[in-house]
Design a protein around this ligand. Sequence first.
Ligand code: PLP
Length: 230
Amino acid sequence: MIRENLLEVRNRIGDTCKKVNRCPDEVTLIAVSKTKPIEMLQEAYNEGCRNFGENKVQELVDKYEVMPKDIKWHMIGHLQRNKVKYIVDKVAMIHSVDSLRLAEEISKEALKKNVTVSVLIEVNVAGEETKFGVAPSEVEELLRQVAVLPGIVVKGLMTIAPFVDNPEDNRRYFAALKQLSVDITKKNIDNITMNVLSMGMTGDYTVAIEEGASFVRVGTGIFGERQYVI
Ligand SMILES: *Cc1c(COP(=O)(O)O)cnc(C)c1O
């Protein structure tokens, strides 16, 4: 099943890139493996996946320990400051930085472990009350504060769009995140680049690619529906 799903997702990414004249190399597929067992991750790995996304620290660390070491792990979920220390030297990127205090903690732990951590600023473009992320109007101020911290480097922006039936409804949010990254790039802030836009999930990743996504985070479309045990 995973093999067929991956084939379809990769084909859709390729077709979408062709449609909007983007090079498929510009789009990285992150296989969002949260709640899924190691056997399924291994299958995706065997099919060529090297970027995996997790949203819980403990689960990411457990999977990191047993999976091959050439995997790039992406922390895509809300991150508590007291757990930063467990992942700074294990992740390729933290997508969910939404406060100066969190960025300071990442900086502190990165220095201790002698690593530099790549991060994205999570932006709540749709202004949903239930979502984490900073308001678009607050992104620049946060960036200027994070830019001067050692051991942490901002590579771009991330957003989680609303859950909608029609992916077209999210196009404006993806376009808004892209525009925000363009506006910030023009300000030439030291130590800040805006090359990465992490946006688009199973329901809307083709629209996100059309609007400039460089990372798409696909879970259900690769691994099937998730079952949450409470
Ligand atoms: C779970 C999750 C995804 C993947 O969602 P699907 O709809 O299953 O593709 C993407 N991004 C984040 C931040 C997530 O938590």
